[in-house]
Ligand binder design. Structure first.
Ligand SMILES: Cc1cc2nc3c(=O)[nH]c(=O)nc-3n(C[C@H](O)[C@H](O)[C@H](O)COP(=O)(O)OP(=O)(O)OC[C@H]3O[C@@H](n4cnc5c(N)ncnc54)[C@H](O)[C@@H]3O)c2cc1C
Length: 377
Protein backbone atom coordinates (compact mmCIF):
# COMPACT_ATOMS: atom_id res chain seq x y z
CA UNK A 1 0.00 0.00 0.00
CA UNK A 2 1.28 3.51 -0.86
CA UNK A 3 1.21 5.86 2.09
CA UNK A 4 1.09 9.51 1.04
CA UNK A 5 0.17 11.57 4.07
CA UNK A 6 2.36 11.84 7.16
CA UNK A 7 0.62 12.87 10.38
CA UNK A 8 2.91 15.40 12.09
CA UNK A 9 2.79 16.22 15.80
CA UNK A 10 5.13 17.77 18.36
CA UNK A 11 4.60 14.84 20.73
CA UNK A 12 3.27 11.35 20.08
CA UNK A 13 2.16 9.40 23.15
CA UNK A 14 2.04 5.62 22.85
CA UNK A 15 -0.75 4.10 24.96
CA UNK A 16 -4.25 5.33 25.84
CA UNK A 17 -4.31 4.20 29.49
CA UNK A 18 -4.57 6.71 32.33
CA UNK A 19 -0.88 7.60 31.87
CA UNK A 20 -1.23 8.43 28.17
CA UNK A 21 -4.55 10.28 28.39
CA UNK A 22 -3.61 12.35 31.48
CA UNK A 23 -0.34 13.55 29.93
CA UNK A 24 -1.98 14.15 26.53
CA UNK A 25 -4.71 16.26 28.16
CA UNK A 26 -2.20 18.50 29.94
CA UNK A 27 0.43 18.72 27.19
CA UNK A 28 -2.03 19.44 24.36
CA UNK A 29 -2.71 22.87 25.81
CA UNK A 30 0.78 23.90 24.68
CA UNK A 31 1.92 21.63 21.84
CA UNK A 32 0.33 19.39 19.21
CA UNK A 33 -0.25 15.90 20.61
CA UNK A 34 -1.63 12.59 19.46
CA UNK A 35 -2.10 9.24 21.17
CA UNK A 36 -1.45 6.00 19.32
CA UNK A 37 -3.19 2.94 20.81
CA UNK A 38 -2.73 -0.64 19.65
CA UNK A 39 -6.16 -1.83 20.82
CA UNK A 40 -9.45 -1.00 19.07
CA UNK A 41 -10.80 0.53 22.31
CA UNK A 42 -9.35 3.00 24.79
CA UNK A 43 -8.03 2.06 28.23
CA UNK A 44 -8.54 -1.68 27.63
CA UNK A 45 -5.68 -2.90 29.85
CA UNK A 46 -4.69 -1.94 33.47
CA UNK A 47 -6.66 1.32 33.56
CA UNK A 48 -9.95 -0.39 32.73
CA UNK A 49 -9.38 -3.08 35.37
CA UNK A 50 -8.39 -1.23 38.53
CA UNK A 51 -10.04 -1.34 41.97
CA UNK A 52 -10.55 2.41 41.59
CA UNK A 53 -9.30 3.48 44.99
CA UNK A 54 -7.57 6.61 46.32
CA UNK A 55 -5.59 5.95 49.52
CA UNK A 56 -3.11 8.59 50.64
CA UNK A 57 -1.54 6.12 53.07
CA UNK A 58 -0.74 3.55 50.32
CA UNK A 59 2.67 2.86 48.74
CA UNK A 60 6.19 4.16 49.33
CA UNK A 61 7.10 7.76 50.21
CA UNK A 62 7.23 8.95 46.57
CA UNK A 63 3.84 7.37 45.86
CA UNK A 64 2.36 9.06 48.92
CA UNK A 65 3.70 12.47 47.77
CA UNK A 66 2.38 11.93 44.24
CA UNK A 67 -1.03 10.88 45.58
CA UNK A 68 -1.31 13.90 47.85
CA UNK A 69 -0.14 16.21 45.03
CA UNK A 70 -2.92 14.77 42.84
CA UNK A 71 -5.74 15.52 45.27
CA UNK A 72 -6.24 19.14 44.16
CA UNK A 73 -6.92 18.02 40.60
CA UNK A 74 -9.41 15.40 41.81
CA UNK A 75 -11.25 17.96 43.94
CA UNK A 76 -11.24 20.78 41.37
CA UNK A 77 -12.51 18.85 38.36
CA UNK A 78 -16.01 17.48 37.78
CA UNK A 79 -17.84 15.49 35.11
CA UNK A 80 -19.94 17.35 32.51
CA UNK A 81 -23.00 16.69 34.74
CA UNK A 82 -21.17 18.01 37.83
CA UNK A 83 -20.25 14.65 39.44
CA UNK A 84 -17.12 14.49 41.63
CA UNK A 85 -14.17 12.21 40.84
CA UNK A 86 -13.63 11.16 44.48
CA UNK A 87 -16.33 9.68 46.71
CA UNK A 88 -15.24 9.33 50.32
CA UNK A 89 -15.50 5.79 51.71
CA UNK A 90 -12.63 5.29 54.17
CA UNK A 91 -10.45 2.23 54.58
CA UNK A 92 -10.19 -0.15 57.54
CA UNK A 93 -6.99 -2.22 57.78
CA UNK A 94 -8.23 -5.28 59.68
CA UNK A 95 -6.12 -7.43 61.94
CA UNK A 96 -6.66 -10.74 63.72
CA UNK A 97 -4.87 -11.58 66.98
CA UNK A 98 -1.90 -13.11 65.13
CA UNK A 99 -1.31 -9.90 63.16
CA UNK A 100 -0.87 -7.40 66.01
CA UNK A 101 2.82 -6.82 65.21
CA UNK A 102 2.01 -6.24 61.55
CA UNK A 103 -0.76 -3.84 62.56
CA UNK A 104 1.55 -1.84 64.86
CA UNK A 105 4.21 -1.71 62.15
CA UNK A 106 1.65 -0.40 59.64
CA UNK A 107 0.40 2.15 62.17
CA UNK A 108 3.95 3.50 62.61
CA UNK A 109 4.47 3.64 58.85
CA UNK A 110 1.21 5.55 58.38
CA UNK A 111 1.75 7.88 61.32
CA UNK A 112 1.79 11.02 59.13
CA UNK A 113 -1.70 10.33 57.78
CA UNK A 114 -4.98 11.09 59.58
CA UNK A 115 -5.48 7.58 60.89
CA UNK A 116 -6.78 6.06 64.10
CA UNK A 117 -6.50 2.69 65.85
CA UNK A 118 -9.86 1.00 66.41
CA UNK A 119 -10.63 -1.70 68.94
CA UNK A 120 -12.66 -4.82 68.23
CA UNK A 121 -16.02 -3.18 68.95
CA UNK A 122 -15.47 -0.05 66.84
CA UNK A 123 -14.11 -2.14 63.96
CA UNK A 124 -17.32 -4.19 63.94
CA UNK A 125 -19.42 -1.01 64.04
CA UNK A 126 -17.83 0.08 60.74
CA UNK A 127 -17.83 -3.38 59.18
CA UNK A 128 -20.54 -5.53 60.83
CA UNK A 129 -19.98 -8.27 58.23
CA UNK A 130 -16.64 -9.22 59.85
CA UNK A 131 -16.40 -12.51 61.75
CA UNK A 132 -16.39 -11.74 65.50
CA UNK A 133 -14.15 -14.74 66.19
CA UNK A 134 -11.59 -13.62 63.59
CA UNK A 135 -11.24 -9.93 64.20
CA UNK A 136 -9.04 -8.35 66.88
CA UNK A 137 -8.71 -4.65 65.97
CA UNK A 138 -7.97 -2.33 63.04
CA UNK A 139 -6.54 0.94 61.72
CA UNK A 140 -9.00 3.40 60.15
CA UNK A 141 -8.12 5.95 57.46
CA UNK A 142 -11.30 8.02 56.92
CA UNK A 143 -9.87 10.02 54.00
CA UNK A 144 -9.63 7.12 51.53
CA UNK A 145 -12.05 7.40 48.61
CA UNK A 146 -13.42 5.64 45.57
CA UNK A 147 -12.16 7.16 42.32
CA UNK A 148 -14.70 7.23 39.52
CA UNK A 149 -12.25 6.20 36.78
CA UNK A 150 -14.82 6.80 34.01
CA UNK A 151 -15.37 10.36 35.14
CA UNK A 152 -11.62 10.95 35.49
CA UNK A 153 -10.85 9.44 32.07
CA UNK A 154 -13.58 11.51 30.40
CA UNK A 155 -12.34 14.72 32.00
CA UNK A 156 -8.90 14.08 30.47
CA UNK A 157 -10.47 13.10 27.15
CA UNK A 158 -12.58 16.28 27.05
CA UNK A 159 -9.49 18.42 27.71
CA UNK A 160 -7.57 16.65 24.95
CA UNK A 161 -10.39 17.14 22.44
CA UNK A 162 -10.81 20.80 23.41
CA UNK A 163 -7.10 21.30 22.68
CA UNK A 164 -7.49 19.54 19.31
CA UNK A 165 -5.41 16.55 20.33
CA UNK A 166 -6.00 13.38 18.34
CA UNK A 167 -6.29 9.66 19.12
CA UNK A 168 -5.60 6.83 16.69
CA UNK A 169 -6.76 3.36 17.81
CA UNK A 170 -6.14 -0.14 16.47
CA UNK A 171 -2.65 0.81 15.26
CA UNK A 172 0.16 -1.70 14.93
CA UNK A 173 3.51 0.05 14.89
CA UNK A 174 5.94 -1.67 12.53
CA UNK A 175 9.02 0.44 13.13
CA UNK A 176 10.53 3.65 14.39
CA UNK A 177 13.18 5.69 12.58
CA UNK A 178 15.01 8.81 13.78
CA UNK A 179 16.42 11.53 11.48
CA UNK A 180 18.21 14.36 13.27
CA UNK A 181 16.18 13.74 16.43
CA UNK A 182 12.90 13.73 14.49
CA UNK A 183 10.91 10.50 14.81
CA UNK A 184 9.15 8.66 12.01
CA UNK A 185 6.69 5.94 13.02
CA UNK A 186 5.42 3.52 10.38
CA UNK A 187 2.33 1.37 10.70
CA UNK A 188 0.61 -0.86 8.11
CA UNK A 189 -1.22 2.00 6.44
CA UNK A 190 -0.19 5.24 8.15
CA UNK A 191 2.89 7.32 8.78
CA UNK A 192 3.49 9.58 11.76
CA UNK A 193 6.28 12.00 12.62
CA UNK A 194 7.09 13.95 15.78
CA UNK A 195 9.83 15.56 17.91
CA UNK A 196 9.22 13.48 21.02
CA UNK A 197 7.86 9.97 21.55
CA UNK A 198 6.35 9.18 24.98
CA UNK A 199 6.38 5.58 26.11
CA UNK A 200 3.16 5.17 28.15
CA UNK A 201 2.51 1.60 27.06
CA UNK A 202 2.11 0.11 30.56
CA UNK A 203 3.21 -3.55 30.67
CA UNK A 204 4.63 -3.23 27.13
CA UNK A 205 7.07 -0.40 28.01
CA UNK A 206 10.24 -2.51 27.79
CA UNK A 207 9.08 -4.01 24.48
CA UNK A 208 8.63 -0.56 22.94
CA UNK A 209 11.98 0.58 24.30
CA UNK A 210 13.61 -2.44 22.65
CA UNK A 211 12.15 -1.37 19.28
CA UNK A 212 13.97 1.99 19.53
CA UNK A 213 17.14 0.56 21.16
CA UNK A 214 16.35 2.46 24.36
CA UNK A 215 17.05 1.56 27.99
CA UNK A 216 15.65 -1.64 29.55
CA UNK A 217 13.99 -0.81 32.87
CA UNK A 218 13.28 -4.46 33.80
CA UNK A 219 9.60 -3.82 34.31
CA UNK A 220 7.72 -6.72 35.90
CA UNK A 221 3.97 -6.89 35.17
CA UNK A 222 2.30 -8.46 38.22
CA UNK A 223 -1.14 -9.97 37.81
CA UNK A 224 -3.92 -9.00 40.21
CA UNK A 225 -7.40 -10.55 40.30
CA UNK A 226 -10.78 -9.04 41.20
CA UNK A 227 -14.00 -11.03 41.63
CA UNK A 228 -17.56 -10.00 42.48
CA UNK A 229 -20.29 -11.83 44.38
CA UNK A 230 -23.57 -11.30 46.23
CA UNK A 231 -23.32 -13.03 49.64
CA UNK A 232 -26.39 -14.98 50.82
CA UNK A 233 -28.54 -14.16 53.85
CA UNK A 234 -26.63 -11.10 55.00
CA UNK A 235 -27.38 -7.40 54.69
CA UNK A 236 -24.55 -5.47 53.03
CA UNK A 237 -24.25 -1.70 52.70
CA UNK A 238 -22.66 0.31 49.92
CA UNK A 239 -21.43 2.94 52.39
CA UNK A 240 -19.17 0.54 54.31
CA UNK A 241 -15.46 1.36 54.16
CA UNK A 242 -13.01 -0.68 52.11
CA UNK A 243 -11.69 -3.60 54.20
CA UNK A 244 -8.01 -4.42 53.69
CA UNK A 245 -6.17 -7.21 55.49
CA UNK A 246 -3.38 -5.54 57.48
CA UNK A 247 -0.81 -7.66 55.58
CA UNK A 248 -2.61 -7.03 52.27
CA UNK A 249 -3.60 -10.66 51.76
CA UNK A 250 -7.11 -9.67 50.58
CA UNK A 251 -9.44 -6.69 50.38
CA UNK A 252 -13.09 -6.00 49.57
CA UNK A 253 -15.65 -3.21 49.23
CA UNK A 254 -19.40 -3.06 48.53
CA UNK A 255 -20.52 -1.27 45.38
CA UNK A 256 -24.03 -1.35 43.85
CA UNK A 257 -25.03 -4.03 46.42
CA UNK A 258 -22.27 -6.36 45.27
CA UNK A 259 -19.00 -7.31 46.99
CA UNK A 260 -15.89 -6.55 44.91
CA UNK A 261 -12.97 -8.51 46.31
CA UNK A 262 -9.35 -9.35 45.58
CA UNK A 263 -6.90 -11.93 46.98
CA UNK A 264 -4.25 -9.19 46.48
CA UNK A 265 -2.28 -11.56 44.23
CA UNK A 266 0.97 -10.24 42.74
CA UNK A 267 1.93 -12.99 40.31
CA UNK A 268 4.96 -12.01 38.18
CA UNK A 269 3.86 -12.19 34.56
CA UNK A 270 4.53 -10.77 31.07
CA UNK A 271 2.74 -8.21 28.88
CA UNK A 272 -0.57 -9.81 27.87
CA UNK A 273 -4.36 -9.62 28.07
CA UNK A 274 -4.57 -10.87 31.66
CA UNK A 275 -7.45 -13.11 32.76
CA UNK A 276 -8.69 -14.24 36.20
CA UNK A 277 -7.67 -17.77 37.17
CA UNK A 278 -9.83 -20.06 39.34
CA UNK A 279 -7.00 -20.71 41.80
CA UNK A 280 -6.63 -17.00 42.65
CA UNK A 281 -10.38 -16.62 43.11
CA UNK A 282 -10.45 -19.75 45.33
CA UNK A 283 -7.65 -18.28 47.49
CA UNK A 284 -9.58 -15.02 47.78
CA UNK A 285 -12.82 -16.79 48.72
CA UNK A 286 -11.05 -18.83 51.40
CA UNK A 287 -9.43 -15.75 53.00
CA UNK A 288 -12.63 -13.70 52.92
CA UNK A 289 -14.73 -16.62 54.20
CA UNK A 290 -12.47 -16.90 57.27
CA UNK A 291 -12.61 -13.21 58.13
CA UNK A 292 -16.29 -12.42 57.45
CA UNK A 293 -19.80 -13.86 57.74
CA UNK A 294 -20.18 -13.95 53.96
CA UNK A 295 -21.62 -17.12 52.44
CA UNK A 296 -20.70 -17.61 48.80
CA UNK A 297 -23.14 -18.83 46.16
CA UNK A 298 -21.72 -17.82 42.81
CA UNK A 299 -19.19 -15.42 41.31
CA UNK A 300 -20.97 -12.72 39.29
CA UNK A 301 -17.96 -11.22 37.56
CA UNK A 302 -14.17 -11.57 37.53
CA UNK A 303 -11.17 -10.02 35.86
CA UNK A 304 -7.42 -9.62 36.16
CA UNK A 305 -5.06 -6.83 35.25
CA UNK A 306 -1.35 -6.09 35.33
CA UNK A 307 0.27 -3.83 37.93
CA UNK A 308 3.67 -2.93 36.49
CA UNK A 309 6.61 -2.44 38.80
CA UNK A 310 10.34 -1.75 38.59
CA UNK A 311 12.49 -2.94 41.47
CA UNK A 312 11.94 0.03 43.81
CA UNK A 313 8.17 0.23 43.09
CA UNK A 314 8.52 3.89 42.04
CA UNK A 315 7.33 5.26 38.66
CA UNK A 316 9.88 5.68 35.87
CA UNK A 317 9.64 9.15 34.32
CA UNK A 318 12.00 11.25 32.22
CA UNK A 319 14.03 11.17 29.00
CA UNK A 320 15.92 8.03 28.08
CA UNK A 321 19.71 8.30 28.48
CA UNK A 322 20.51 6.03 25.54
CA UNK A 323 18.31 7.52 22.85
CA UNK A 324 17.30 11.14 22.31
CA UNK A 325 13.73 12.50 22.43
CA UNK A 326 12.31 9.30 23.93
CA UNK A 327 10.36 9.95 27.15
CA UNK A 328 9.25 7.40 29.76
CA UNK A 329 6.03 7.37 31.78
CA UNK A 330 5.87 3.86 33.17
CA UNK A 331 6.01 1.61 36.25
CA UNK A 332 3.06 3.12 38.15
CA UNK A 333 2.39 -0.23 39.86
CA UNK A 334 -0.88 -0.35 41.79
CA UNK A 335 -1.14 3.44 42.09
CA UNK A 336 -1.36 4.76 38.51
CA UNK A 337 -4.89 6.15 38.78
CA UNK A 338 -4.47 7.96 42.09
CA UNK A 339 -1.11 9.48 41.04
CA UNK A 340 -2.04 10.33 37.43
CA UNK A 341 -2.62 14.11 37.81
CA UNK A 342 0.71 14.76 39.56
CA UNK A 343 2.69 12.45 37.28
CA UNK A 344 1.15 14.08 34.20
CA UNK A 345 2.03 17.55 35.53
CA UNK A 346 5.64 16.59 36.20
CA UNK A 347 6.02 14.91 32.80
CA UNK A 348 4.41 17.86 31.03
CA UNK A 349 6.86 20.25 32.68
CA UNK A 350 9.87 18.05 31.93
CA UNK A 351 8.87 17.78 28.26
CA UNK A 352 8.09 21.47 27.82
CA UNK A 353 11.24 22.64 29.59
CA UNK A 354 13.36 20.23 27.57
CA UNK A 355 11.79 21.53 24.38
CA UNK A 356 12.76 25.11 25.25
CA UNK A 357 9.21 26.34 24.94
CA UNK A 358 9.93 28.95 27.63
CA UNK A 359 6.97 27.69 29.48
CA UNK A 360 6.41 28.82 33.04
CA UNK A 361 3.68 27.11 34.94
CA UNK A 362 1.72 28.21 37.96
CA UNK A 363 2.07 24.69 39.29
CA UNK A 364 5.36 24.34 41.19
CA UNK A 365 7.08 21.05 40.53
CA UNK A 366 8.31 19.32 43.62
CA UNK A 367 11.96 18.69 42.78
CA UNK A 368 11.94 15.62 45.05
CA UNK A 369 9.55 13.99 42.66
CA UNK A 370 11.62 14.66 39.54
CA UNK A 371 13.39 11.39 39.89
CA UNK A 372 14.71 11.35 36.35
CA UNK A 373 18.09 9.68 36.82
CA UNK A 374 17.03 6.34 38.24
CA UNK A 375 15.69 4.80 35.09
CA UNK A 376 19.02 4.97 33.27
CA UNK A 377 20.54 2.43 35.68
C1 LIG B 1 -6.65 -5.21 39.72
C2 LIG B 1 -6.00 -3.86 39.76
C3 LIG B 1 -6.36 -2.96 40.75
C4 LIG B 1 -5.80 -1.69 40.77
N1 LIG B 1 -6.27 -0.78 41.68
C5 LIG B 1 -5.82 0.48 41.65
C6 LIG B 1 -6.36 1.45 42.54
O1 LIG B 1 -7.26 1.15 43.34
N2 LIG B 1 -5.86 2.73 42.49
C7 LIG B 1 -4.87 3.07 41.61
O2 LIG B 1 -4.47 4.25 41.61
N3 LIG B 1 -4.35 2.17 40.74
C8 LIG B 1 -4.80 0.90 40.73
N4 LIG B 1 -4.29 -0.02 39.87
C9 LIG B 1 -3.15 0.37 39.02
C10 LIG B 1 -3.59 1.17 37.80
O3 LIG B 1 -4.66 0.52 37.17
C11 LIG B 1 -2.37 1.28 36.86
O4 LIG B 1 -1.26 1.80 37.55
C12 LIG B 1 -2.67 2.22 35.69
O5 LIG B 1 -3.88 1.87 35.07
C13 LIG B 1 -1.53 2.15 34.67
O6 LIG B 1 -1.90 2.95 33.58
P1 LIG B 1 -1.08 2.90 32.22
O7 LIG B 1 -1.71 3.91 31.33
O8 LIG B 1 0.36 2.99 32.52
O9 LIG B 1 -1.30 1.41 31.66
P2 LIG B 1 -2.47 0.79 30.78
O10 LIG B 1 -3.80 1.21 31.27
O11 LIG B 1 -2.20 -0.66 30.68
O12 LIG B 1 -2.26 1.48 29.38
C14 LIG B 1 -1.20 1.16 28.51
C15 LIG B 1 -1.74 1.21 27.10
O13 LIG B 1 -0.67 1.08 26.17
C16 LIG B 1 -1.16 0.36 25.07
N5 LIG B 1 -0.05 -0.17 24.28
C17 LIG B 1 0.81 -1.18 24.60
N6 LIG B 1 1.69 -1.40 23.59
C18 LIG B 1 1.39 -0.49 22.62
C19 LIG B 1 1.93 -0.21 21.34
N7 LIG B 1 2.93 -0.92 20.82
N8 LIG B 1 1.39 0.79 20.59
C20 LIG B 1 0.34 1.51 21.08
N9 LIG B 1 -0.23 1.28 22.29
C21 LIG B 1 0.29 0.30 23.06
C22 LIG B 1 -2.00 -0.74 25.71
O14 LIG B 1 -2.88 -1.33 24.78
C23 LIG B 1 -2.71 0.04 26.81
O15 LIG B 1 -3.95 0.56 26.36
C24 LIG B 1 -4.83 -1.30 39.80
C25 LIG B 1 -4.45 -2.22 38.82
C26 LIG B 1 -5.04 -3.47 38.78
C27 LIG B 1 -4.66 -4.42 37.68
Amino acid sequence: MIINKTNNFDVIILGSGIAGISLAAKLSKYVSVCIIEKEPILSYHSTGRSFAFYVESYGNETIKKLTKASKEFFLNNKSSDNQSILKKRGVVYISNKHQINAKNKLYNELSESKIEKLNYKDTLKLLPCLNKKYIDSSIYDPEASDIDVNILYNIYLRKLKKNKGEIFTNIKINHFKQHHKNWEISTDNMKFSCDIVVNATGAWSDEISKMVSGTKINLVPKKRTVFCFKPCKIKIENKWPLAVDVQEKFYFKIENDIVLASPADETPSYPHDAFAEDIDIAIGIERIKNSTNFKFKNIINKWSGLRNFVKDKTPVIGFDKKISNFFWLSGQGGYGIQTSPALADICKNLILNYSNKNYTDKYKINIDLMDVKRFSK
